[in-house]
Design a protein around this ligand. Structure first.
Ligand code: ADP
Length: 491
């Protein structure tokens, strides 16, 4: 047990957590009284029950968003910015509870949960600053016979769907720009981790978000609840973060009413270590790119290509560091690796490791799921992972580092691009020309150069190919929630 987090403290934070649907500025039970269980993945025990929305509840939420849209669109940008800053401050005031709640429902170590609360809050500060900087234009037509006014307006009611791996930040990354742009929304968090987003609803309410502007609907039947909303003609936008197969299905649904879409989908990041890299820095970068969130991130290094002249030293150093990471409940002292989010996820990691070993990979560290309660998988390093191993093309989403040696730059660029995904890649080299050459050739929306993390609210996050559409954060993040209107004026 942690010196700071007692069982009483855990129980108190769970007892105080909101567990109902947040619709039209009010907390309510699901229409049919349905509930779903929220489980602590480090014990497999039920933490609490949460209202489980039916399609009718989802419909109520969208109606509330529709009713609030017109008024919210005319709220002065400065006022929208102030609300976002209030929410930013409240998140910091309540960071202890938010972090603990997140660790309990999702499993990540408490230090990482604090990191996420901070990261999540930054989206509110960033978009508070953007809210008052929505620019337009005034232009003379080439013939001189007209003027063009270029005006930016909110897209309209938006459906926001978020995953379980970053339960708070994936929500603020969508709610922040939606509020800044003047869009109302219905957010559906992942059913595995609803508590963080419900706690955020409480904060948004207190921060001054008007009734109906943000609605939070938790459900165990995601498709049944969201599909009618997407096809309703009321929603004008879908912003989704999750897997590529679900994203593809949602894009098809969005086609019916031609919704604007932002899609943050799967990844298959490569991390490349050239022979001229600073090896210690590359190991640090790999630790971050691999072990952040215990590998449960779409930005996680899924394939690690190391030049054959340095792979032995690199793998030893990496295995030493990964092997020293304490595995356990995220609330306990010094734990660096929490459980996988559920048994399905843990079993998938195990399956991919077994497949890699059958394909010829060698286990340097770990390689077996932990026995006992909770869904733990230990830090694992594999070497000599061949092209035919499933993990070359499938997201591992766990603490497994697959190493493969390479000899030539052209060869490794082909390997990096040998995937339908294109979210992020990491490159370690001290040769500036090579760094630029490789960064330009790898097919991804983001590149980490000599660094193992790219997430920053002030930068445009997003992928190409089957990793998605659109960008979140940066100066373009708000564009996803704005339409451009051109008003032609005859002269
Ligand atoms: P993962 O496999 O990481 O859980 P998913 O893509 O299944 O990723 O889930 C991401 C989010 O999408 C979650 O909120 C989940 O409930 C939601 N989701 C899953 N299937 C559907 C669906 N058919 N329609 C709408 N949302 C869905």
């Amino acid at each position: 047990m942690s010196a700071l987090i007692t069982a009483d403290r855990e129980q108190a934070v769970i007892a105080a957590a909101p567990t109902r649907l947040y619709i039209d500025g009010e907390w309510r039970d699901a229409r049919e009284g349905r509930t779903l269980d929220v489980v602590d993945p480090s014990t497999g025990q039920v933490l609490t029950k949460v209202a489980d929305a039916s399609p009718e509840d989802g419909w109520d939420a969208l109606k509330a968003a529709e009713a609030a849209q017109k008024g919210f669109a005319t709220m002065p940008p400065r006022q929208r910015a102030d609300i976002l800053m209030n929410a930013f401050r409240l998140m910091h005031e309540r960071k202890d509870d938010l972090a603990l709640l997140m660790t309990l429902e999702m499993g990540k170590p408490l230090a990482e949960a604090y990191g996420e609360v901070n990261y999540a809050a930054e989206f509110f500060r960033h978009f508070a600053e953007e809210a008052t900087r929505i620019s337009g234009g005034y232009q003379t037509a080439p013939t001189g016979s007209a003027r063009f006014l270029i005006h930016r307006q909110p897209v309209g009611p938006s459906i926001l769907i978020t995953p379980w791996n970053f339960p708070l930040a994936m929500g603020t990354r969508k709610i922040g720009p939606a509020l800044a742009a003047g869009c109302t929304s219905v957010l559906k968090p992942a059913e595995l981790t609803p508590l963080s987003m419900l706690a955020l609803a409480d904060i948004l309410h207190e921060a001054g978000v008007p009734a109906g502007v943000v609605n939070i609907v938790v459900t165990s039947t995601a498709g049944e609840v969201t599909e009618p909303l997407i096809r309703s003609g009321i929603a004008r936008k879908l912003s989704f973060t999750g897997s590529t197969p679900v994203g593809r299905k949602l894009l098809e649904q969005c086609a019916e009413k031609v919704l604007r879409t932002s899609m943050e989908l799967g990844g298959n990041a490569a991390l490349v270590v050239f022979e001229d890299a600073d090896l210690d820095r590359a190991v640090e970068g790999a630790m971050l790119a691999k072990m952040r969130n215990s590998g449960e991130a779409c930005t996680a290094a899924n394939r690690i290509f190391v030049h054959s002249s340095v792979i032995e030293e690199f793998s030893q150093k990496l295995a030493e560091k990964m092997g020293a990471m304490k595995v356990g409940r995220g609330v306990d002292d010094d734990v660096k690796v929490g459980p996988m989010v559920d048994s399905r996820q843990r079993d998938k990691v195990a399956e991919l490791v077994d497949d890699a070993v059958r394909s010829g990979a060698e286990v340097i560290l770990g390689g077996e799921p932990a026995a006992g309660e909770g869904y733990f998988y230990p830090p694992t390093v594999l070497s000599g992972v061949p092209r035919r191993a499933r993990m070359w093309s499938e997201e591992i989403f766990g603490p497994v580092a697959p190493l493969t040696p390479f000899d030539e730059e052209d060869q490794v660029i082909d390997w990096v691009n040998d995937t339908e995904y294109g979210l992020v890649n990491y490159v370690f080299t001290n040769d500036l020309t090579r760094a630029v050459r490789v960064a330009e050739q790898v097919e991804s929306g983001m590149v980490g150069l000599n660094q193992g993390a790219v997430s920053n609210p002030a930068a445009p996050f997003g992928g190409i190919k089957e990793s998605g559409l659109g960008r979140e954060g940066g100066d373009v993040g708000i564009d996803e929630f704005l339409e451009t209107k051109y008003i032609g004026i005859a002269m």
